[in-house]
Design a protein around this ligand. Structure first.
Ligand SMILES: N[C@@H](CCC(=O)N[C@@H](CS)C(=O)NCC(=O)O)C(=O)O
Length: 233
């Protein structure tokens, strides 16, 4: 039986079976990427709900694994050198799980380079920009009277959507084969609905995006992973 006692987070979010991979997360776009990958690969895991409240993400227990105070984070009891490994940052976790299982990183070296490219595009562009758009459209930023910050993110979101729309022209998945890049990008595109921002970014002008989301959410593993861990309970 694996011993995870070296990870202080396990004192608060306690593994039932420490031989399984431990996921610490919440069902946001960044969180569900990892749950979807775990469901797609079939790796045995346990999910622990870490809410976005300071009591959770800024607790000493959580910071001991994720010093950036953000979900998701994992502990893999069966790390690459045979000892447990802890990781935060969803993109790094997706690459790690892809390498561990040999899946969803692309078949050829060229595919893999493109999968990495699109994953980085999501991590450095789509996620942060749409997150800011959400702040200015749905959350506290919507009370700011100066229209310029909001417009800046509306314009940037439109630009990014046009990039994704172009890449999806004539193909089902963003980098060729279905990959971790899709698991990272599609949940963020879907977040525009949650933000109530589809109209202002002209979602329906991008003809390839809704069919892409429909394909993504038709996958059984995505249907399961999108609610892991459950928001309440
Ligand atoms: N770059 C990080 C971003 C993660 C992130 O932004 N997580 C949000 C939820 S989607 C969070 O934990 N927010 C809590 C906080 O900022 O206090 C990743 O991809 O893992």
């Amino acid at each position: 039986m694996a011993d995870l006692s070296a990870f202080p987070i396990t004192e608060r979010w306690t593994p039932e079976d420490p031989s399984k991979l431990q996921l610490f997360s919440f069902p946001t776009p960044n969180g569900i990427k990892v749950a979807i990958m775990l469901e797609e690969t079939g790796l045995p895991y346990e999910a622990h709900r870490v809410t976005l409240s300071d009591d959770d993400v800024k607790s000493d227990a959580f910071l001991s694994l994720s010093p950036n105070n953000k979900i998701p984070a994992i502990i893999d009891p069966d790390g690459p050198d045979g000892t447990p490994v802890g990781l935060f940052e969803s993109g790094a976790i997706l690459l790690y799980l892809g390498e561990k299982t040999g899946r969803f990183l692309g078949e050829s070296p060229s595919d893999r380079a493109h999968v990495t490219q699109w994953l980085m595009w999501q991590m450095g562009g789509l996620g942060p920009m749409l997150g800011q758009l959400g702040f200015f459209v749905k959350f506290a930023g919507s009370k700011i009277e100066d229209p310029r910050p909001r417009q800046r993110y509306v314009d940037e979101a439109k630009r990014l959507l046009s990039v994704a729309d172009g890449a999806l022209d004539g193909r089902d998945w963003i980098a060729g084969p279905y990959s971790v890049a899709d698991m990272a990008i599609a949940p963020w595109l879907n977040a525009l609905d949650f933000y109530g921002a589809r109209e202002i970014v002209g979602w329906h002008d991008f003809l390839n995006l809704q069919p892409y989301l429909d394909r993504f959410f038709a996958r059984e593993a995505v249907q399961r992973g999108k609610n892991i861990p459950p928001r309440e309970g």
